[in-house]
Design a protein. Structure first.
Length: 117
């Protein structure tokens, strides 16, 4: 029942959220969303691509964009990492320094509820 109540953002909306959260990180990488949408972060060719397989996985990662949550999603095969795994780990280290305020997280989740339906 709770899974049906979780927000399901559209891929275009998810791409905007990912850009907002990750564009300040160093490195050149990309995300590929469940519908095939590609989002490049950085100015050069991506060294790796994080493949997010479902909208539900995206929502889970936005709620807690921690390296541990990404690692769990990877182990569960909810995401894949294509390309340079060491470069991905360096970006994961930078994610730890991200300071998403509770307000910013709540705003992003509320946006998922409004537009994702």
């Amino acid at each position: 029942m709770l899974a049906r109540l979780a927000p399901r953002p559209r891929a275009q909306q998810a791409a905007g959220m990912l850009r907002e959260v990750f564009e300040s990180l160093p490195g050149d990488f990309a995300f590929r969303l469940w519908d095939g949408t590609d989002l490049r972060i950085g100015s050069a060719e991506p060294r790796f691509t994080v493949v997010i397989k479902t909208a539900e996985t995206f929502s889970r990662l936005v709620r807690d964009p921690s390296p541990l949550n990404f690692a769990e999603a990877y182990v569960e095969s909810a995401i894949d990492i294509e390309g340079d795994l060491y470069a991905a780990m360096a970006v994961a280290d930078a994610v730890e320094a991200l300071a998403l305020s509770p307000w910013r997280r709540a705003r992003m989740l509320a946006s998922s509820w409004r537009r994702g339906r």
